[in-house]
Design a protein around this ligand. Structure first.
Ligand code: PHE
Length: 455
């Protein structure tokens, strides 16, 4: 049976690029990045994050797309090929499991964005005066089990609706429309934010590094964020790369994905911090930043309802285009390895994710005191387990498998091979073989030991 000949492909290189950028730009950029920067010394976090991207993120992005393009397989099949049939395929399983786990809490937050669009449109934020009022709205919303589960269900259904339509007619088609819309909304919000009085303080906070807030925890936060934001370490890019035509080379696309993702994170900061400072609020509010503080910021602006709705629409689009890729990893594995039809795979996996996401949806209400996971709620546990452990470990193993087990020589032709890029190819080879794995190993080991000691 020749799977490769019947396997779907992207309609164009641009289609691939937009889908991959859609995967990487998500809640990680707009929800997580600004609050992480807010908690970790603004510009100082941004600098460490950029360093992680250069040393680890970009090289592994190239590696994953190379592996996908080269093998034309889902992550399990791909790792089986480059790991030469040995145990390396478990790295693929780790990836599929990561996709599954991430989706259980990602879909819950995706559901919140839908709920917040409804709230904004219906004017729920029009007259709130302070953060306490916004917090009350948020708490009541996430604590309500029916709302939390219904919105999680709706978000999951939207994701499945697109994935079921396949690569070209589903994923590619929707990303082509949604991604430009995302950047447009982001620009509108930035212009609005920067036009407010006092916006410059926010800009200064975001761009001026405060190194006193930096510790080892910042480094692992930045590294985890680098993997999460770029959709790395679990085979999402292997999967998307596997639908890329043999004609295409991967160096340029990888660079473009990383640049767009980083740009989106920085632009989100630009959209959020100036507005925040303009209304006299502080940025160190953690995960609640987006949902608790921004509604207050918007309520103090002219045309606040419009901008609030736009913002949560932006968040929804970003979440949706990423969720699609998370589900696609699981679906690709089942269709490639088990021979199920796409429809059956999406329906069954999607339902399973929905069910396993229910405890995450309830983690802020009924189950908020249910913390058997090292003191974490189910939601927090899934988030930390995947971001700090599964993705970086997956990335490390992917780099080792390609660099040491399979050997880079056999895949070099997947990059652009004209002499212009010979230097860059060499640089990538050294980085993916030595620099990225060493950096990752040190951080993961140190973090593991640190956690054990510090509890
Ligand atoms: N990159 C996405 C985000 O930033 C999340 C994601 C992680 C998507 C891993 C796919 C794989 O929100």
């Amino acid at each position: 049976m020749s799977v490769a000949s019947t396997r779907e492909q992207w309609g164009s290189k641009l289609g691939f690029l937009l889908a991959a950028v859609g995967s990487s730009i998500g809640l990680g950029n707009i929800w997580k990045f600004p609050y992480l920067a807010g908690e970790n010394g603004g510009g100082a976090f941004v600098l460490i994050y950029l360093a992680c991207i250069l040393v680890v993120g970009l090289p592994i992005m190239i590696a994953e797309i190379v592996i996908g393009r080269h093998t034309e397989k889902d992550p399990v099949g791909a790792l089986r090929i480059i790991g030469a049939g040995s145990r390396w395929e478990y790295v693929g399983y780790l990836g599929v499991l990561s996709g599954f786990f991430i989706m259980t809490f990602y879909s819950v937050v995706g559901g919140w964005t839908l709920g917040y669009i409804v709230k904004s449109v219906s004017g729920a934020f029009d007259s709130i005066e302070d953060v306490a009022a916004a917090e009350l709205i948020f708490d009541n919303f996430v604590r309500n089990p029916v709302e939390a589960i219904v919105y999680h269900f709706l978000f999951m259904s939207a994701t499945m609706y697109i994935v079921i339509r396949g690569i070209k007619n589903g994923i590619e088609r929707y990303n082509k429309v949604l991604l430009p819309l995302l950047f447009f909304i982001l620009l509108v919000l930035i212009i609005k934010g920067l036009s407010l009085d006092g916006a410059l303080d926010g800009l200064a906070f975001f761009l001026k590094p405060d190194f006193s807030k930096i510790g080892f925890k910042t480094v692992i936060e930045a590294m985890g964020q680098c993997f999460f934001s770029l959709s790395l370490g679990m085979g999402a890019m292997i999967t998307y790369g596997s639908y890329l035509s043999r004609k295409e080379k991967v160096l340029g696309s990888s660079l473009q994905i990383v640049v767009f993702d980083t740009l989106a994170a920085l632009l989100s900061g630009l959209a959020i911090f100036p507005a925040l400072f303009a209304v006299g609020m502080t940025p160190d509010k953690g995960p609640g930043l987006t949902f608790n503080i921004l509604p207050v910021v918007f309520s103090k602006m002219s045309y606040g309802t419009v901008f609030a709705t736009l913002f949560f629409l932006l968040l929804f689009i970003a979440a949706l285009t990423s969720a699609i890729s998370l589900v696609e990893v699981v679906v690709a594995y089942i269709t490639d390895e088990k021979g199920w039809s796409r429809k059956k795979a999406v329906l069954i996996c999607g339902s399973a994710i929905f069910i396993l996401g229910i405890p995450a949806a309830l983690s802020f209400g009924v189950l908020s005191e249910f913390r058997p996971f090292f003191g974490n709620t189910y939601f927090d546990f899934m988030d930390k387990l995947t971001t700090f452990y599964m993705l970086p470990v997956g990335g490390l193993l992917i780099a080792l498998c390609l660099g040491w087990k399979y050997g880079l020589e056999k895949t070099m032709h997947e990059l652009d091979s004209d002499t212009k890029n010979a230097f860059i190819e060499k640089l990538w080879a050294i980085t993916i073989k030595y620099v990225s794995p060493l950096t990752l190993a040190v951080i993961i080991l140190y973090f593991g030991v640190y956690r054990l000691i510090a509890g």
